[in-house]
Every structure is written in C-alpha cells, then in structure tokens.
Design a protein around this ligand. Structure first.
Ligand code: SP5
Ligand code: ZN
Length: 382
C-alpha cells in the first residue's frame, strides 16, 4: 500500500510575523537570515506536490501550560514584555538585543540584580541573533501552538497505525505515518530560560514534554510514552539538550558541526546528568562532511542509539543548513543527500513529527526540506 501523504501544519500567525531588519554576523550588520521568505519557499514546494502533502492552517489553542512546562516563567514574562519596555527606555525599534551579557568570568562574583531591559536582555539571551520585536512573543507562541496541534494529530495517526499493524489492514512497518510542522521562529537553541540562535521557545521540547505529560498515553508497562529526538540541524541543539539533560525520556540525539556555532556545546562527552546519563547523544562532524559520510553517520546513530531506545514516537528537529551553499552554515552536503536522510528516518519505522528548525539557502529550501519528506515517503528524489 502506498504511504499516506504527509500532513503539514502551518500558520501565517507564526510564519509571517517577527521580522527583525538585521542581525550581526562576524561583526558586520547583515540581513536577518531567519526570514518569512524561508517558509514561503518551503510552502511553495509543498503546494506544488499535492500528492505528497496535505496542508492545513488549522491551529488549536493549547494555552500557556505546555510552554510553562519547559520554559521558566520569568523568562516567558521577559519575552512578552521586553519590546515594550525597550522602546520606553529608548531602545532601537529594530528590537531588543543585549549589549552586556553576564560572562561567566564576570558573573562569578556578581551579586547585582539587573533592573533595566538592556540588563535583562543580557540575562535572557546568549548571542546577537535573537532580536525581540513587537511580534516575537506572538510568533513564538503560535509556532509552539502549531507544533502542539501537529503533535496531537501525531498521537491520533500513531494509534491508527498501531491498530492497522495489529489487524494487518495494509499498514506496514515500512510506511510509518509522518507529519510536518512548518513553523518559525525555530526552537532548538532556546533553553529553559535563555534565547539565542534565532530561537525563543523550544517547539520540539514543548511538544515532546506535552506527549510525556498526557495521562491517557501509556506504554504497555504503564509508563509514559517514550520519545526519541533526532536533531539534524547543522548546529547543535543546546536548548533541547539543556531542557532534557537530567531525564531519560526523551532521548536527545544530534548530528551537528564540530567547527561552528554554537561553539561551546555539542561535544560527545556531554552525555547527560543524573537520570539522564546516557540519554544525550552528540555526534559532532567536521566541516568537510560529504553526503556519504553524513548518511553513514546518521544510519549509525539510528542503529546504535535510536532503535535500541525503543521509542513510541520520533521528533525530528529538521534543519537543512547542512546544505553546502547555506549562506551562514553548511557541510559539503548536496541536495541528493536529503531523500537518503528521509529514507533512513523512515526505516526506524515509528510515527514521526518533523519540526522546522534552520536552513537559510532560500532558493534550495523547498527541494532540500522536500527531499527529506519525500525520502520519508519512500521516494528517491524531491
Ligand atoms: C536555528 C538555527 O539554525 N540557528 C543558527 C543561528 C546561527 N547564528 C550564528 C551563525 C554564525 C555563523 N558563523 C559563520 C562562520 C563561517 N562559517
Ligand atoms: Zn541551524
């Protein structure tokens, strides 16, 4: 039986809002690379392939609670009020950016409680890319709600799939259901109480924690459902790592650059703490990584860590900034690799939600993201 199309969840309430005019890269003011044009390009590809994708703008309101399970309230209050306070204090209308960040060598003795917005910006943001505009809180909120809406549907299609496997009505382990949350701003750099790397709220972490929290979702042994996160964005997901560092559910796994942003996290020795030891898997790769090397590393990660974990669902932090011509990132990976990546994820055989993270080569975003999703459907080209 042919696989069902991938259900795509998106909303203009997140994709078109939050548009800082610029950021700083290597000391220079540049365009803001994390832009609505990225999502338009992906959407255009998906709309041109209606036999593979079913797009919906239906968004449910899950309220504040699932976000509060992952992010600290003082941080969320800051995100919500920062822009207004910033303008009142005479900050530039492009948005809130820190000028002083409590570097650990300074903060070690610091006991001064920050009061103004510039100080708070330093407290709650770790780099110069997460510009807070008047719409940022709303956009991040809606990205989380879209991701949660897709996650609720994941639960439904997963149950249907399990039923089909039991009754043998055509479903087969080789065609697990797939869904896609086409959202921005991205999430995997956002920690429990600090933004950065274009990320404000951690969509994948919020959705994962929501799955674990559902009282009626149980494994056969009575425990909560298990989730394996597969982070294939070029950059290490320091946010997702931090949020789940001390727990054995979810399993966090990441393939990422060893040589680039966020520089200070992503080493193999970051294995988790306490109950979480062994459930944080970092695979740093060199800048020179090719298609074959990338796919081999992914297959090895899946065989050695994801499959043995015996998860109920897979959450993919889907970044295609691994692409060779990405303007701010990139291995030597070409567009040919993406269907192979999707195929490797399909072979895990578990219901999967793909959530959009990075990828900045706008002209190739459609074919690269589309390549992964088409590969998941068993196709060999985008
Ligand atoms: C979600 C996501 O992909 N966020 C990434 C944010 C990266 N921002 C900093 C990029 C630094 C680029 N440095 C270029 C070095 C030359 N290769
Ligand atoms: Zn990235």
């Amino acid at each position: 039986m042919a696989p069902s199309p991938i259900k795509v969840f998106t909303s203009a309430l997140c994709t078109t809002m939050h548009t800082p005019a610029y950021e700083f890269l290597s000391g220079a003011e540049t365009q803001y690379y994390e832009s609505p044009a990225r999502l338009e390009a992906i959407l255009h590809y998906l709309e041109s392939n209606p036999s593979s994708f079913e797009i919906t703008e239906h968004v449910e309101d899950f309220g504040y609670a699932p976000i509060q399970r992952v992010h600290r309230q003082d941080f969320l209050d800051y995100l919500e009020t920062a822009y207004k306070e910033w303008i009142l204090e005479g900050g530039h209308p492009n948005g809130v950016l820190p000028a002083t960040i409590p570097h650990y060598k300074v903060a070690r003795l610091g006991r001064q409680t920050p009061v103004n917005t510039l100080a708070k910006a330093g407290e709650y943001c770790f780099d110069l890319s997460a510009v807070i505009t008047k719409d940022t809180f709303k956009a991040a909120w809606n990205a989380a709600q879209v991701t949660l809406t897709a996650t609720k549907e994941l639960v439904r299609v997963a149950a249907e799939y399990e039923q089909g496997l039991v009754e043998g009505t055509g479903a087969a382990r080789s065609n697990p259901p797939g869904l896609y949350a086409l959202v921005r701003p991205p999430g995997h750099h956002a920690q429990s109480d600090v933004c950065g790397g274009y990320c404000f709220m951690n969509n994948v972490a919020i959705a994962t924690q929501w799955l674990i929290d559902q009282p009626e979702l149980k494994r056969k042994d009575g425990g909560p459902k298990k989730i394996a996160i597969l982070d294939i964005d070029f950059h290490h997901g320091n946010g997702t790592q931090e949020i789940f560092y001390t727990t054995s559910n979810p399993l966090y796994t990441s393939l990422h650059t060893r040589d680039d942003y966020p520089y200070f996290t992503g080493a193999e020795v970051e294995i988790g703490e306490g109950q979480g030891v062994g459930f944080n898997i970092n695979i740093p790769l060199p800048q020179s990584t090719t298609d074959d090397e990338y796919v081999a590393a992914l297959e090895k990660l899946i065989q050695e860590h994801v499959v043995p974990y015996d998860a109920d669902y897979i959450m993919v932090s889907l970044g295609v900034d691994t692409y060779k011509d990405d303007p701010i990132a990139g291995f030597l990976v070409t567009s040919d690799a993406y269907p192979r990546i999707g195929n490797a994820i399909r072979k895990i055989g578990l219901p999967t939600l793909f959530v959009q993270e990075g990828g900045y080569c706008v002209e190739k975003l459609g074919v690269n993201v589309g390549g992964i999703l088409q590969g998941y459907l068993g196709k060999t080209t985008a």
